[in-house]
Write a protein that binds this ligand. Structure first.
Ligand code: ADP
Length: 227
């Protein structure tokens, strides 16, 4: 369970990016976070990985206030949360297998487990035939699916996807969202921050709408992008 209690975030001591946010997201939910650019969607996601901390309020994950985590506990938190971004953030000098394997290797996972786990996640995202391809040899949709595979490698309970379809055409955007929905059906909480009205309206799940740092609408199942 994720809970934000009266959370406010200020950048550079002046701009209030989030203003008194209250939000609860249960394990296994699929939530689309929508709103215009600058509404505070990315800021909200950054709080969940403790990339930033709020100036006011609490960010609670499974009954733990993230402000209480020591710096040694933050990497453990981040392994529970897979992140996916608009610009993929792949390593251009590593092939698909190595991009995913790297996320395990930096955590000291042994070679046998890497050889076991990486093909499994590449299979989930439909890239089994691209293990040796480098990012420049992949289409935009494939790059994003590879980034999702990397996000899945630690079997996270939560996936945060920040504008993952921003660089994709409509067909690839729908593929990526279908993949996120499949992952959600397997029990992972998904929070999808996006501008993409068509994608959100096709999902048919909860839609939280933000404007100027506030939540202005929170619709349950079959929510729509209304701005
Ligand atoms: P969204 O993801 O909805 O586009 P953001 O969370 O990125 O919104 O931004 C919310 C507000 O915070 C915007 O006004 C933005 O300019 C500001 N902001 C975001 N990141 C920073 C930062 N690192 N430093 C200063 N201001 C920022």
């Amino acid at each position: 369970m994720i809970e934000l209690k009266n959370v406010s975030t200020i950048y550079d001591d002046s701009l209030m990016a989030l203003r008194g946010i209250n939000l609860k997201i249960g394990q296994g939910e699929f939530v689309s976070l929508v709103g215009p650019s600058g509404a505070g969607k990315s800021t909200l996601l950054r709080l969940l990985t403790r990339e930033i901390s709020p100036q006011e309020g609490e960010v609670v994950l499974d009954s733990v206030d993230l402000a209480t985590l020591s710096s040694g506990e933050v990497p453990v938190l981040r392994r529970k949360i897979g992140t996916v971004y608009q610009d993929f953030k792949l390593l251009s000098n590593k092939n698909a297998f190595e991009n995913v394997a790297f996320a395990l290797e930096v955590c000291g996972v042994d070679e046998d487990q890497v050889k076991d786990d990486v093909p499994k996640v590449l299979n989930i995202v439909g890239l089994s035939d691209k293990v040796n391809s480098f990012p420049h040899q992949l289409s935009g949709g494939e790059k994003q699916r590879l980034a999702i595979a990397r996000a899945l490698i630690h079997r996270p309970r939560i996936i945060l996807a920040d504008e993952p379809t921003g660089n994709l055409d409509m067909v690839n955007a729908h593929d990526v969202v279908e993949l996120l929905m499949k992952i959600n059906k397997l029990g992972t909480t998904v929070i999808l921050a996006t501008h993409n009205r068509e994608v959100v309206n096709a999902i048919g799940k909860r839609v939280v709408t933000m404007e100027k740092g506030k939540i202005v609408r929170d619709q349950g199942d079959n929510g729509k992008y209304v701005i």
